[in-house]
Design a protein around this ligand. Structure first.
Ligand SMILES: Nc1ncnc2c1ncn2[C@@H]1O[C@H](COP(=O)(O)OP(=O)(O)O)[C@@H](O)[C@H]1O
Ligand SMILES: N[C@@H](CCC(=O)OP(=O)(O)O)C(=O)O
Length: 372
C-alpha cells in the first residue's frame, strides 16, 4: 500500500488543538515549526497546501490563565479571539523563515452554505494558492453561535477539501491513526491501516475526544473522511508527532490510517451542480462561446453571451442555452443579473471600466460550470 499523498497535487492538512497546544500547555512552537518546514517543502515540490488549524480556544485559555474550558459560548469566543492572535502569529513567523506568506481565513458554516459567500471563499482560496501563499483556516469562533458552529475542525477540514476539490485531507492528531477502539481506554486496540471512507464499521470503532482539549475525537475524523470522499478526496489520519510525517507520506510511505474515497469522481462538484441547482436565469451564448466551452473546456466570458434573462444574484445558478434555446451548460454566475447585462458582449478587460469593479474575468468559471 502506498500513500495517496504521493500523487496528491492539492491537499488540506488539519492539525488538532491537542497537538497545536501541547495538550493545552501552550503553543508547541517546535511542532508548528516542523509542520511549516514540511509544508514549505511540499510547496516547493509543486503541491498546493491549505492548512486548517485548531488551537485558538486552547491557546486563549492558556493566555488568560483559565484552567478549565468554559462552557459559556461568550467565554469560549473571548478565548478564541485572544488565542487566534497567538496562533496566527506563530504560523506567520514559521512560514516567513521559508520565505512564504501565510494568510488567515476564518470561516463560519454560513460562508460555505450561502452560494455567494461560497464563491467568494473559493475565489480567495484559489487566488492565494496561485500566489503561492499558505492559507491558514480556522472557524470564526468569535461570531458563530451554537447552531452554526462547525463544532470541530475535522468537519471544517472536510468542507474545505470539498470546496477546493482537494485530492487528499490529512488529519494530524495525537494518535497514530484510527484504532479498532479508543487506545486510551483499550490497550488491545490495533491500528487500522487502510479502509474505505464511509465504511460504517469505522464509526463503531471511533470514540469521542480523548482529552478535554480536542473537541471532536475520532468519530468526527471518520465522518470528515466520509464527507471529503464525496468530492473524491482520500483522508489520512496520522500522528502529527511522527517525524517528517508529511514528507514521508508525500514520498509514498504508508503511515497512519488511510481512508480511501470510493473512486475519484473527476468532477463531483459539477455533478452536484447538475443535480441540485435551481436555475435563476438564462444566458444565451454565441457559437464561439459554445465552441470553446465544449471543445476547449474553457470558462464562459461575458463576450460570448448575447442576451440574458432572469433576476439572479452572484453565486446563483443559471442555464446557458444556444440561440435555439437548447441547453448547453449550467453554472454559478460571478455577476448578478444587472451587472451581467451591462458587461455581456464586452471583453473582460472592460469590466472594470463598465462596473467600477471586477470580481472575476469570467462570467462563469469552468470549475463552476457543467456541460450538459
Ligand atoms: N478508535 C479510536 N482510535 C484512535 N483514537 C480514538 C479512537 N476513539 C477515540 N479516540 C480518541 O480521539 C482522540 C483524538 O481526537 P481529539 O482529542 O479530538 O484530537 P484533535 O485535537 O487532534 O482533533 C484520541 O486522543 C483518542 O483518545
Ligand atoms: N476553532 C476551535 C477548534 C475546535 C476544536 O477544538 O477542534 P479539534 O481540536 O480539531 O477537534 C479552536 O481553534 O479552538
Amino acid at each position: 500500500m502506498n500513500s495517496v499523498l504521493a500523487n496528491a497535487k492539492r491537499l488540506v492538512v488539519k492539525v488538532g488543538s491537542s497537538l497545536v497546544t501541547n495538550d493545552g500547555r501552550g503553543l508547541d512552537h517546535a511542532a508548528l515549526a516542523q509542520w511549516a518546514e514540511q509544508i514549505a517543502k511540499l510547496n516547493a515540490m509543486g503541491k498546493e497546501v491549505v492548512l486548517v488549524s485548531s488551537g485558538a480556544i486552547a491557546e486563549g485559555m492558556q493566555r488568560l490563565n483559565w484552567k478549565k474550558r468554559p462552557s459559556a459560548v461568550h467565554e469560549l469566543q473571548a478565548a478564541a479571539a485572544v488565542g487566534q492572535m497567538g496562533l496566527i502569529q506563530a504560523y506567520e513567523s514559521c512560514f516567513r523563515k521559508h520565505d512564504l506568506h501565510a494568510a488567515q481565513i476564518l470561516l463560519t458554516h454560513d460562508d460555505l452554505s450561502d452560494r455567494k459567500r461560497y464563491l467568494n471563499a473559493l475565489s480567495t482560496l484559489r487566488t492565494l494558492l496561485t500566489l503561492n501563499v499558505i492559507p491558514i483556516i480556522n472557524e470564526n469562533d468569535t461570531v458563530v453561535t451554537d447552531e452554526i458552529r462547525f463544532g470541530d475542525n475535522d468537519t471544517l477540514g472536510a468542507l474545505v477539501a470539498n470546496l477546493i476539490e482537494a485530492d487528499a485531507l490529512v488529519i494530524l492528531t495525537d494518535q497514530a491513526g484510527l484504532f479498532t477502539a479508543d487506545p486510551r481506554k483499550d490497550p488491545q486496540a490495533t491500528l487500522v491501516t487502510e479502509a474505505k471512507a464511509g465504511d460504517l464499521q469505522l464509526e463503531k470503532m471511533a470514540g469521542g475526544a480523548g482529552s478535554s482539549i480536542g473537541r471532536g475525537g475520532m468519530l468526527t475524523k471518520i465522518l470528515a473522511a466520509k464527507r471529503a470522499a464525496r468530492s473524491g478526496a482520500h483522508t489520512i489520519i496520522v500522528s502529527g508527532r511522527e517525524q517528517n510525517v508529511l514528507l514521508r507520506l508525500a514520498e509514498g510511505e504508508a503511515i497512519g490510517t488511510q481512508l480511501m474515497a470510493d473512486k475519484i469522481p473527476l468532477n463531483a462538484r459539477k455533478k452536484w451542480l447538475a443535480d441540485h441547482l435551481q436555475v435563476r436565469g438564462k444566458l444565451v451564448l454565441d457559437q464561439g462561446a459554445i465552441h470553446v466551452l465544449r471543445e476547449q473546456g474553457k470558462s464562459l466570458l461575458p463576450i460570448g453571451v448575447q442576451a440574458l434573462s432572469g433576476n439572479f444574484e452572484r453565486g446563483e445558478a443559471v442555464t446557458c442555452v444556444d440561440a435555439e434555446g437548447n441547453e448547453i451548460a449550467r453554472g454559478l454566475v460571478n455577476y448578478n443579473a444587472t451587472d451581467s447585462k451591462k458587461i455581456l458582449r464586452h471583453a473582460s478587460t472592460e469590466i472594470e471600466a463598465i462596473l467600477g469593479y471586477v470580481d472575476e474575468p469570467e462570467l462563469i468559471h469552468r470549475d463552476n460550470l457543467v456541460l450538459l
